[in-house]
Design a protein around this ligand. Sequence first.
Ligand code: COA
Length: 168
Amino acid sequence: MTTLETERLILRPLTGDDFEDYAAMMSDPEVANGLAEPSVTSREDAWRSLAKFIGHREIRGFSHWALVEKDTGRFAGRAGPWQPYGFPGLGVGWCLARPMWGKGYATEAARAALAYCFDELDAEEVVSLILPGNERSVSVAERIGHRYLRDVEYLGRTARMYGQQRPR
Ligand SMILES: CC(C)(COP(=O)(O)OP(=O)(O)OC[C@H]1O[C@@H](n2cnc3c(N)ncnc32)[C@H](O)[C@@H]1OP(=O)(O)O)[C@@H](O)C(=O)NCCC(=O)NCCS
């Protein structure tokens, strides 16, 4: 899986060495509670979550990247394409460590991930599942051009599906 670069971020493959940063990000309930992938804040769950994203890359050939702040080299979160078994389409997702919110990083990474889905993965449609009430995530979705499509059942919960078609 390739490494991408945006104005302020490096998007590189997640590795086991990201565990401490990943666990710190997931330890914040404001982060964990927003995710459509059910998550809790323990280090044990963080390890399993990280392994899930690395394993997805092994199986599918693509996954969320680690987001690294160019200026500081700090881990900012993860974002990227995502299509585990049972997911209703080719997804693009985003998750930032709490200190990295409010800088535009999720939108910057999501735009790069969306372009990757259309240009490299040849997607006809890209979707994102967002839990009801996660307005910050809805804003990211709308900023990258997604529109609300419909509600879907995902892993025992109702999520709002946003998405967009390949540009013509
Ligand atoms: C969802 C989430 C990624 C959104 O993060 P975010 O920082 O609000 O989103 P963006 O990166 O697009 O940043 C937008 C904000 O940065 C601000 N900003 C500051 N500098 C900016 C810049 N240079 N460029 C763009 N925006 C900038 C924008 O004004 C906006 O602020 P506002 O929300 O107060 O209007 C974050 O809340 C999160 O990780 N939540 C927990 C996990 C989660 O819910 N993931 C989504 C699952 S569906």
